[in-house]
Structures are given as structure tokens and as C-alpha cells.
Design a protein around this ligand. Structure first.
Ligand code: FES
Length: 95
């Protein structure tokens, strides 16, 4: 099984940590399992509370159908962490 490094940052909130994510693990589940917190609500891609932005240009993911992301958000590398698994190392900006 592959693992990927997931760096979570938000300079304004002084958040900067790196986690190791299995290739079949949702990013939000990993964050919770690791005793960190990001905002979330529905856990099914239907609210966008768990939104994050991929900052590394070569970052790739597999995301289930995100009902609450606009085409512009998708084009600008936004993801919903509750329905997204990594397919590369990622640097994520969280709110
Ligand atoms: S928690 Fe609602 S979309 Fe992720």
C-alpha cells in the first residue's frame, strides 16, 4: 500500500504539521485520527465546511463528486477533505 505525505498549513492560525496518509484514506479521517482538527459538518461532500486548497503544483488527488465546489474552485485546486484521498504528496491550505 502506498503512503503519501500530507502537509497541512495555515500561517494565520499558526498551523503547520505533516501526516502520512494511506492511499485509501480520506484526508479528513487522517486528520482526525491524528488528533488534529479542521472544521467539518456533513462528512459527505455536501457542505464545503472541510474545504482545503492544494498548494503544491504537482499535487494530485482522487475526489468523489464534490457537490459544493464550483467549477472555478475545482480549477483552482480546492478539495473537500472528507471525500478526497491523496494520489501524491500534498501541501494543503486549510481555513
Ligand atoms: S464536511 Fe461537508 S463537505 Fe466535507
Amino acid at each position: 500500500m502506498k503512503n503519501y505525505k500530507i502537509k497541512i498549513i495555515n500561517k494565520l492560525l499558526n498551523i503547520n504539521y505533516t501526516l502520512i496518509c494511506n492511499e485509501d484514506e480520506y484526508i479528513l479521517d487522517l486528520i482526525e485520527k491524528s488528533n488534529y482538527y479542521i472544521p467539518y459538518s456533513c462528512r459527505s461532500g455536501n457542505c464545503s465546511t472541510c474545504i482545503a486548497k492544494i498548494l503544491n503544483k504537482k499535487g494530485t488527488v482522487f475526489q468523489l463528486k464534490p457537490n459544493y465546489l464550483t467549477k472555478i474552485q475545482l480549477l483552482n485546486n480546492y478539495i473537500l477533505t472528507c471525500i478526497t484521498i491523496p494520489t501524491s504528496n500534498l501541501t494543503l491550505l486549510i481555513k
